[in-house]
Write a protein that binds this ligand. Structure first.
Ligand code: SAH
Ligand code: SF4
Ligand code: F3S
Length: 468
């Protein structure tokens, strides 16, 4: 019988993608993935270091793993035999993890997990304290087996890793290492395999995905993201392309033009601005102003008028004053976001912002976050409300919680719930949905009726197919 592998991911989409690739490399060595922690021979905690709260979760889970068997059985960790800490906390605090939690068998970083089977073999043979957190000269992508498990109708594909931007507050350049892009041919080949296994939508991932500059197939000038997306848009069977996370500095003219030209490139863009204050943006080392961002949004909307925008925001970066925060609120009002993520600044070990003296108090941070979130939530709700009464193409990619309920996404990434009789047959399909209700985080709708075939109407090849 296959041994079982349980993986818990705590982080971003790239962290989730890594979990899939760890499962692939372990599958070659006879491990089948399970979603039951209590029956796994190998438990992997695939961690995130981005904010203190994310990192703390690891230590509370590790605490549960240590408890004696009877206690462990009750809280679901009983099966854990070999305990692996992977991901960004592993990279940043590997030695500290081994010191604080000596019952951890293996610590492995985001750039070395292709070596996980060998590490597990050594742990099974009784070795303890195995720590592998280099930034190796080889790329893990050249060592990993082909992706095994199907990701379903909506798949992730990492095309770029690491970051050289060193924003004042951020751990990513330290946890993921220097920026590097995968060769275009490898990306296209992986996309083809994902499509063969049922993907209709692919989200291209990178910490700075629009800084992509991959080796061109057959040599020549490197490809940028726009060139790559144009090629993927021609792959038969792929209906939707997205990319995340992009940096305002790397949004070039070709990529902006692609938004206007490629129907498969979805009209939704996650483009984090972090702050609307030029003073804070400078302190963050973002290398653009609030006006640069607004101008960029205008150019994007000129190319694609229905583009829905999303962003990340940090409130309470060191030195942020009330007037700076007001500038963020003003930028939000100017741009109008369909969705957004906002966070209180969290000092991270080893980053320049954590070492500066002018930290913002917890009360101010909480107050600003609440005000910002009220505004962002109102914008999101309004954006959703504007979809009511319209018919939109939805890619169904999940079962809902209710019987016969399906969940999917609109081109603008809104979650949509639909109840219908033949729900199973619609999984992975794109169908027109008439939106009946808007909620703050999702929409409800009904399948739009297909027009009845007219006996006398001429047959137009391809008519009636949804293309978006
Ligand atoms: N590469 C992306 C961000 C990746 S990290 C970019 O440059 O925009 C994801 C988000 O986490 C960031 O956009 C930021 O809003 C948030 N974040 C990162 N470090 C943080 C910190 N120290 N405190 C609070 N939020 C942080
Ligand atoms: Fe972090 Fe993004 Fe800045 Fe890179 S560009 S350091 S990933 S916030
Ligand atoms: Fe977290 Fe690492 Fe992603 S720190 S956000 S898992 S790159």
């Amino acid at each position: 019988m296959a041994k079982r592998l349980f993986i818990k991911s705590y982080g971003c989409q790239m962290n989730v993608y890594d979990a899939g690739r760890m499962a692939d490399v372990m599958a070659v060595h006879g491990f089948a993935q399970t979603d039951r922690a209590d029956e796994a021979e190998v438990t992997v905690l695939n961690t995130c270091h981005i904010r203190e709260k994310a990192a703390e979760k690891l230590f509370s889970d590790l605490g549960r793993l240590r408890r004696p068997p009877r206690r462990r059985a009750r809280n679901g960790w009983e099966g854990a035999r070999i305990v692996v800490v992977a991901g960004c906390v592993a990279q940043a605090e590997g030695a500290e993890i081994m010191r604080r939690a000596p019952w951890v068998d293996i610590v492995v970083g985001p750039q070395t997990y292709h070596r996980l089977p060998e590490l597990v073999r050594r742990a099974e043979a009784g070795e303890r304290g195995l720590l592998d957190i280099d930034f190796p000269p080889e790329s893990k992508f050249d060592r990993l087996p082909e992706e095994g498990a199907a990701q379903g109708p909506s798949a992730f594909l990492t095309i770029q890793e690491g970051c050289d931007k060193f924003c004042s507050f951020c751990v990513v350049p330290y946890t993921r290492g220097a920026e590097h892009s995968r060769p275009a041919a490898a990306v296209v080949a992986e996309a083809r395999r994902l499509i063969e296994r049922g993907a209709r939508e692919i989200t291209l991932l990178g910490q700075n995905v629009n800084a992509y500059h991959g080796e061109a197939p057959g040599g020549g000038a490197e490809w940028g993201l726009a060139r790559l997306i144009r090629t993927l848009a021609d792959l038969p069977g792929l209906s939707r392309i997205r990319y995340t996370t992009s940096h305002p500095r790397d949004m070039d003219d070709d990529l902006i033009a692609a938004h206007g030209e490629l129907p498969a490139l979805m009209p939704y863009l996650h483009l984090p601005v972090q702050s609307g204050s030029d003073r804070v943006l400078a302190a963050m080392g973002r290398r653009h102003t609030g006006a640069d961002y607004v101008d960029l949004v205008e150019r994007l909307r000129a190319a694609r008028p229905d583009l829905a925008l999303s962003s990340d925001f940090i409130v309470g970066h060191p030195g942020e004053e009330e007037a700076d925060f007001e500038a963020t609120m003003a930028l939000v009002r100017t741009v109008g976001f369909a969705q957004a993520y906002s966070f209180k600044y969290s000092p991270r070990p080893g980053t320049p912002a954590a070492a500066t003296g002018n930290q913002v108090g917890e009360t101010e941070k909480a107050d600003r976050l609440a005000r910002l979130q009220d505004l962002l939530n109102a914008q999101q709700h309004e954006f959703n409300r504007r979809t009511v009464g319209r018919t939109v193409p939805v890619l169904f990619d999940r079962r809902g919680r209710k019987p016969h309920q399906l969940a999917g996404r609109t081109p603008a990434m809104q979650a949509v719930h639909v109840v219908c009789r033949d729900s199973e047959s619609l999984m992975g399909e794109i169908r027109d949905v008439f939106v009946t209700e808007a909620h703050s985080n999702s929409l409800t709708g009904e399948l739009a009726a297909m027009p009845p075939p007219l006996a006398h109407a001429p047959r137009i090849p391809g008519a009636g197919r949804t293309i978006a």
